[in-house]
Write a protein that binds this ligand. Sequence first.
Ligand code: ADP
Ligand code: MG
Length: 348
Amino acid sequence: MEGMTIRLRNLRKAYGRTEAVAGVDLDIADGEFFSMLGPSGSGKTTVLRMIAGFEPPTAGTIELAGSDVTRLAPFERDVHTVFQDYALFPHMTLEQNVAYSLKIRKVPKAARLEQARDALARVQLEGLGDRRPSQLSGGQRQRVALARALVGRPKVLLLDEPLGALDLKLREQMQVELKAIQREVGITFVFVTHDQEEALTMSDRIAVFNKGRVEQVGTPAEIYERPATPFVAGFVGTSNLLTGRAAEQVVGTAGTYSIRPEKIRVLKEPAAVGTPDHSTAVGTVAEAVYLGDATRFLVDLDAGGRLTALQQNLETSSDDVAAYRGSRVGLQWHNRHNFLVPEAKQTT
Ligand code: ADP
Ligand code: MG
């Protein structure tokens, strides 16, 4: 890949006997929106802190724009970090908060105020430069933190769960804004999150972390449609696996298959009408949950195992849904949605 901004090779970090990061190799391209997704404790923050220079690696190397920065101090790297608890200076105005790093770098006053105003405009806080942080909502404070990060025009912005403290509505709105800002300024974003939906909606590519290792790197569609390991299949989206005897009966071959819930049709007739291109199964509805726009069915298969099916509520109402519980149904989906999950990677 050309124009590579970040290259991690065999990156490791041990805290005593805990291997927080157990050998990570990643290539993040120039201008990419790259997410590190994984459960709590999987090593995402530690990798980010090593890229920023706050934490020396136990082993491995970090390259930024072609040069080895593994042993450089944070201020010697062309990166900026935005943390979840975006600490703003409470006694300063927004403009002063944003211009602060420029002041440290001795940028003349007129120039730094102009750049601060530009940065505030970019995050849609135009004209609010004289306010103080206490006069802002959570989402606005978050945007000030972002403006502060953008004003120095770093090549790389590192963001550690920057939306984690916001409520759902605001978070979804900020996801869209953040993505738009990134596209506009064209700098590389390395975005840490434990929220799979957030990663899927915002990223060009995603690295899925588990226990200090990367299980898969790919586009959102690749990660979602073709999970490389059972862990990825379970962590990204609803875990919906057919294994053992159930796989042999329903799919026709042994293995572990992942089927995404929205691909499965629920039929009121429990007769499994097989066609050459479709897989079918018969079972009993253990639970039917009305979600407003859709209904989620948990179906215990006669062949063994349980599948989740998600149906759009084209005609269904909440009253109909209750009637499904305990009833016998047929499930049907196209064979191309049977994705054979590779065996778990051998850990060394
Ligand atoms: P994540 O950001 O994915 O939640 P972290 O990188 O924060 O994960 O942590 C990875 C592992 O390293 C965890 O087991 C955590 O407890 C441990 N860890 C992180 N920082 C420290 C530290 N400063 N001292 C000791 N253990 C740490
Ligand atoms: Mg973390």
